[in-house]
Ligand binder design. Sequence first.
Ligand code: DGJ
Length: 698
Amino acid sequence: MTRVWRLDDGQQTLVLAAKADLLPQCMYWGRSLPRGEDLTALAAAHGLDVTGGMLDENPDLSLCPEASHSFPGQPGMILRDALGRGVLPRFRFEAEDSDGNNLRLRYRDADLGLGLAFRFQTDAQTHVITCDTALTSDQPVHLDWLAAPVLPGPQLSDEVMDVSGRWCGEFQVNRTPWSAGIRLRESRTGRSGHEHFPGLLIPARGTTNTSGETYAFHYGWSGGHRMLAEELQDGRRQIQFGHAVQTETAPGTAFHTAPLYITYSAAGLNGCAVAFQRHVRDRIVQMPKPDRPRPVHYNCWEAVYFDHKLPVLQEIAERAAKLGAERFVLDDGWFGQRDDDRRSLADWTVDPRKYPDGLMPLIDHVQALGMTFGIWFEPEMINPDSETFRAHPEWVLGPEGQILGRQQMVLNMALPEVQGYLYDRIAAILSAYPIDYIKWDHNRLLPAPDAAQTRGSYALLDRLRADFPLVEIESCASGGGRIDFGILQRTQRVWLSDSNDALERLRIQHDAALFLPGLVTGSHVGPRHCHTSGRVLDISIRAWVAAQRYMGFEMDPRELTEHEADVLTKVTTWWKANRDWMRRADILRLDSADPAVIAEQQIAEDGARFVVFAGKAATSAQILPRPLRLTGLDPAARYAVQLLNRDTAPGLSRGSPALKMDPLHLSGASLMQMGVNLPWHFPETMWVLEGTRLETAI
Ligand code: DGJ
């Protein structure tokens, strides 16, 4: 007897099947199958031959591959009993529940007193399937590893794409060819991490941004994950995601993985990127005031660092407001005796030396300028040089004598007294002042990964959000060190990178768009002379790169020349005029024929308008720009396309390409198949094209 289950969302079908009472395997995942497909026949057709050098039967690549079943690859679970002895469960079917969008399958090993449950949830709007695995035990057990539902890797695929990074260099996409053995990524730093963003894309052979099949995965957990893409000797491939190994540090009777978000698309990498972008926007992030336009930020970090002086901040606020800022964020340096990064973390009271009358004089000033006020915290951290550490050295996570990071240690967030203390301190500031935004930082790695720490941080965030529901929160961890769908369930913006270098940011945000929508992706106009790269960049590229995402400023506005202030004001005005449709736009990465050009198209939900950003990050190998093909348009519709900033064409652009003169009126088919010819431009510049769908079709 074969048990079969089928999940559909209009774009993809996922079929599970199990021999009798054994754990189910994913038999099919891909383009939607016909409604009447015979799933038992499909499961039979999925069966593989056996030849020499193999067991007499192929052990199932089930949703939790079992070592007890002679599975030849990595098992889906590694478990020890209370005495530390390995346990090898053999699960058997117990029950199933399903309604339209949800499927829940329960299995049990009665001899060992263990239960295993898999959940799947489909979403016909976003086309992201959410799934997880839960384990229960009658007796306390040690869990070393538990994978979220294990899925097969596609066979017609030559490589996997995963994401690494570093401080000021987040979201670097690696392409690794499939080969025998394991591609293993594990974030053991206790954060989702710069180094190992928890995402994976598997393109089928020949896939580009705009065409071909892609399978995509994201593990929604902020405490560090493990991902493996394994090719077995028999050629089968498996994908596993779970918490980093041994992050459950205590024996327990109930464990569950974080949600694994998966999606398949036949529309290139963009198909999966759009599914994730929409899912984050519509299902994950909860905006306190969903209809409020996203306010332009001013953040004072790179302007003043720890040197807070009220009159200076007031002058900066005035200039920022004049440029178009709508929210002023007071960064690190306002509390304790925080004159540098060596002291005072965890002493969350306003520094009376810098703010003798509290924060109100600054907030009043900011509000009189029409801006709201946000503030920086780094709640999970403590400096040894702090009042809090002197009173509570026992609150620190990890051993004595541990290596410090940025002169700081981590608070043990699993302790109720630590959570209570932080809640009280943060709530006191939020209650005393009209604050609508927290930048929530996390600048040190954990001494060792620990799931209880992440649960503690989530609990604190959840409690604060429940009591201060109108306060938005930004997730920052030395830039983009804590970005994942778990933290995004509790926050509304991510600080993508500490790099305000527009060229680097252009690349980082292009790759981050594989997973993140624009409305949560913070991007600031930095100083002319970039503090983290040393590059000097023109205001135009700095402003347009920030305008691609959730815009803000972070330079000292007093440094701006009249020309720079003028350009920035104009770009900010453009962003404000477009932010409402852009917040719900899909970001489509374009297949740029010129590797020097990083280009994307943001298209409105109704397809009626779009904007193309074509950033020339370097000098091209050839003289003239190569045509840039657009995407996602209706081939039969007509569009008007105009080069918004054509007046910035330099003297060396001596010809008259059509776009330099007038708007183009062309079909979607021409724009997508022939592409557009942009005027010549210097490197480190951005062309911005606006498109509108015309009423009259071709
Ligand atoms: C690291 C963050 O990424 C920066 O933006 C800034 O907030 C500093 N911390 C403050 O210490």
